[in-house]
Write a protein that binds this ligand. Structure first.
Ligand code: GRF
Length: 204
């Protein structure tokens, strides 16, 4: 299965996914078709290229969401992705984008999406002194962090007395959970709805 990984920043989840494709739980199951960013200067893009991935970018700065997303759908379509894997992609997707890849867009959220949506999830867990938070991998629908949950994994936050420590523990879980969940999704082991075939416009 061909993955298009979308990021806007550092790309530590992208690195974990590429490693899982190259020599981990995703090897033989998935390949990275492209790593795409809405920020041409995102550090993660350079890292992806250094790891041997095809990369593409289009700057979203000052662009209207629907127009921009239509162009992104076209660019991604050229790589014929089976799954769109959001990995720190800091854009809300327009309905056009979501429909183009319906049921095939996956996101990782660093909290329980039933309890927290949107940005700053680790800050939220830290400020509320939660003894535990949950990393969530979910399918993306038209809401913000509302799609069907594919997997969750707890993060023990007891004794984590800085935000940095909370993030450190959380990211360690993110990095194995994302690849593991994608592997199970591709193997058909998850009870997520089976994706429809891609629309011609999205398949390029
Ligand atoms: C991660 O915490 C992810 O859960 C969230 O954005 C962050 C991206 O980090 N959606 P990275 O770019 O993968 O390092």
């Amino acid at each position: 299965q061909r993955l298009a990984i979308l990021l806007s920043g550092r790309g530590s989840n992208m690195v974990a996914l590429v490693q899982a494709v190259q020599r981990g739980v995703l090897s033989g199951l998935a390949e990275v078709a492209v790593v795409f960013s809405n920020k041409p200067d995102a550090p993660g893009l350079e890292t992806a290229a250094a790891m041997g991935c095809a990369t593409a970018s289009l700057s979203s700065q000052g662009r209207k969401r629907a127009e921009f997303d239509a162009e992104v759908v076209e660019v991604l379509g050229q790589y014929q992705p089976d799954y769109i894997v959001l990995a720190g992609y800091m854009r809300i997707l327009s309905p056009t984008f979501i429909r183009a890849f319906a049921g095939r867009i996956v996101n990782i959220h660093p909290a329980d999406t039933h309890q927290h949506q949107g940005l700053h999830a680790y800050e939220w867990a830290f400020e509320n002194q939660l003894p535990e938070t949950k990393i969530t991998v979910h399918l993306v629908d038209e809401g913000l962090d509302t799609g069907p949950i594919l997997a969750q994994h707890p993060v023990d936050l007891r004794g984590a007395d800085t935000l940095g420590e909370v993030e450190h523990r959380g990211l360690a879980v993110e990095h194995f959970l994302y690849a593991d969940t994608l592997a199970r999704l591709i193997r058909g082991e998850l009870s997520a709805p089976t994706p429809e075939p891609l629309l011609p416009s999205a398949a390029g």
